[in-house]
Design a protein around this ligand. Structure first.
Ligand code: ARE
Length: 586
């Protein structure tokens, strides 16, 4: 037994309350080292005649990478507390793995066991239930639709007349979004994430001037209210972008600092190094990156905190928005986010709080800060395999299994799973223009666990490179839209809506990965149904042995023609290049 590869810690993704009654426990071991793992557990106060009462239950292997196996179990301790350890068996020996180390027999001293002290309901991670069934659509407001030319900013260019640059304007606005809600409803999305809409200087609006005002190029508060109401009427939630890490250069408190210097009453709103405060040649204050026009706010300052928390409450309370996406979330202090959560949830308990963090985000996902993060680890795996084909099938499966095991299950169920965004090249461009690859990406994203997001225009085949290339004007000329792609995405969304097992109400596991032929088979399953997906990621057709589907009755799902068909099993299943097949087993 490879003892040094055995890992558990009674916290985070390894031990957590899934709900008020259920604990999930996970053990990580070296791949294929163990033939069984059991959980040995009991209530710490349950003693009979001097002996501690325990029971043993088998754990299930929920996934494997090339390096590790992950063993999981769900248990419901009657009194919401538990001491536990792992009975690990390989072909040679059985060892008990405990907080106190390894034992050849179950230790009698309870102090040696791992401890889950008590499930306090307030500590249980609880994200809004609606997010599980939400499919997001991300809109960069300057580029979605120009519905009111009378409020165009100075120098507005004709819609789509040229490529986007860091500083040009095309006049996108709220009326433009309202005018095109039919497109979104037809597609079947159920939430819109808007990048910033508050008064700011740039076209992207991440350099806020006034957090309490709508940028006049988008409309006014009344138009925004109409927009939110129109969305809600169609069952579409609305999430805004909170840029609280930094303000913009023209934010009045920062302007005050620049003009009043030491005399300004806002000197402690920012992280100033010395006086006089200068923006050139290099700023002598903390900024987002090295961007002088984005001075970092001091969110530890009670005045700044009070101001930003007011902002957070205001847009929820007055305009009924449904969520906040938090810009540069990991550079703001945890204490601020804890208060932010309380402030927002006090106004709307089921508001969604989504942090923008590109890395492992466990510290923010303990239930006291965010409901979710933008799942860029998912993005990277999907893009590397299905768009760029630069990793093997095994590497892809490994990275996805890792993504699935890096957070608790209730966190994964509301993860914001994106394929691209206003900060990355578009998927069609990442796939080198290959629309079959885009279709595979959508299939994987929309059949995965979590809350997927579609970046505006991707669904009609828009392309574009790194920022600002990915921010072109939405193409509204149907003749220039990829309508076939649109119909395909629409159809996937319908399957996701109507078949719980396709979407978020199921588990997922890999059944087979083949590096040589470059295909994967994965399974979605719940108590009722089991689906098998075969994705051929290669340029050659593959014949997959039908052993992969060793079940009695089989139906095939035909996404494009939107129907289920009876399927007669032969010895092999043919999958065309860059294509897929889906089978429902019973
Ligand atoms: C502009 C230009 C860029 C130029 C940049 C620097 O367009 O081409 O590189 O200036 O001078 C906003 C605008 C951007 C603008 C930027 C600065 O949208 O167009 O860029 O302001 O003025 C990291 C952060 C993450 C951040 C990304 C961009 O962790 O928070 O970088 N994302 C948010 C928003 C952005 C926004 C800002 C922050 C600032 O989503 O749109 O930019 O408000 C790795 C790292 C990540 C890193 C990621 C991307 O994976 O691990 O930490 O994210 O790459 O670089």
């Amino acid at each position: 037994m490879i003892k040094e590869a055995i890992f558990h810690r009674p916290k985070n993704n390894y031990a957590y309350a899934y709900d008020n009654d259920t604990l999930h426990i996970m053990l990580q071991t070296k791949k294929d080292d163990m033939y069984s793992v059991e959980l040995l557990f009991g209530d710490p106060y349950d003693w009979v005649d001097g002996s501690w009462q325990t029971i043993t239950k088998p754990m299930t292997k929920s996934g494997s990478t090339s390096l590790y196996d992950y063993w999981v179990i769900a248990v419901k301790p009657e009194f919401h507390r538990m001491r536990y350890g792992f009975k690990c068996s390989d072909s040679n020996e059985t060892l008990y793995y405990m907080e106190g180390g390894f034992f050849t027999s179950a230790p009698t001293d309870i102090a040696n066991y791992f401890c889950f002290p008590y499930v306090n309901n307030i500590d249980v991670f609880q994200a809004p239930a609606w997010v599980k069934d939400t499919v997001w659509y991300q809109i960069f407001p300057e580029r979605f639709g120009n519905g009111d030319p009378s409020i165009n900013p100075e120098g507005t260019l004709p819609w789509g007349s040229t490529d986007p640059t860091p500083s040009n304007f095309f006049g996108g606005d709220f009326q433009g979004v309202i005018n095109h809600l039919d497109h979104l409803e037809e597609l079947g999305i159920s939430g819109i994430y808007f990048t910033p809409i508050f008064k700011a200087y740039s076209n992207h609006k991440y350099d806020t001037i006034d957090y309490m005002e709508i940028d006049p190029q988008f409309g006014d508060k009344e138009t925004f209210r109409r927009l939110v109401q129109a969305c809600h009427k169609r069952g579409i939630r609305v999430m805004l972008d909170a840029v609280f890490n930094h303000s913009g250069y023209y934010f009045p408190p920062f302007q005050d600092v620049l003009t009043q210097q030491e005399e300004s009453k806002y000197t402690n709103w920012f992280h100033l190094w010395n006086f006089p405060v200068v923006t050139e040649p290099r700023p002598n204050y903390d900024t987002f990156g090295f961007v002088p026009s984005m001075p970092k706010l001091d969110t530890e300052n009670p005045q700044v905190k009070a101001y930003l928390l007011d902002v957070a409450r205001y847009w929820v309370e007055e305009f009924d928005i449904d969520g906040w996406r938090l810009d540069v979330a990991n550079e703001v202090d945890h204490a601020f986010w804890r208060e932010f959560r309380k402030a927002v949830k006090s106004v709307k308990p089921d508001a969604y709080i989504l942090g923008e963090i590109w890395h492992d985000s466990m510290p923010w996902l303990q239930g006291d800060q965010f409901d979710a993060v933008m799942n860029y680890p998912f993005t990277n795996s999907a893009i590397d395999f299905l768009a760029k084909d630069c990793i093997s099938a095994q590497d892809f499966a490994d990275s996805i299994v890792k993504v699935l095991h890096m957070y608790p299950k209730n966190v994964n169920e509301v993860a914001f799973n994106l394929l691209d965004s206003h900060d990355t090249p578009r998927i069609l461009t990442l796939a080198n223009g290959n629309r079959d690859r885009v279709k595979l990406l959508y299939l994987f994203q929309l059949s995965f666990i979590g809350s997927p997001c579609i970046y505006y225009g991707d669904e009609i085949g828009m392309d574009g490179g790194q920022d600002p290339g990915c921010r072109s004007c939405m193409e509204w000329d149907e003749k220039k839209q990829d309508r076939d792609l649109f119909e395909y995405v629409r159809s996937l969304l319908k399957w996701r809506r109507t078949e719980p097992v396709f979407g978020n109400h199921a588990d997922i596991r890999f059944i087979d990965v083949n590096n040589e032929k470059n295909y994967i088979i994965y399974e979605k399953f719940n108590q009722d149904t089991c689906l098998r997906f075969i994705i051929n990621n290669s340029l050659n057709p593959v014949e997959v042995s039908s052993d992969a589907l060793n079940m009695a009755t089989i139906q095939e799902w035909d996404i494009e023609s939107d129907q289920k068909k009876e399927f007669t099993l032969g010895s092999t299943i043919h999958v065309s290049p860059l294509s897929f097949r889906i089978f429902e087993l019973s």
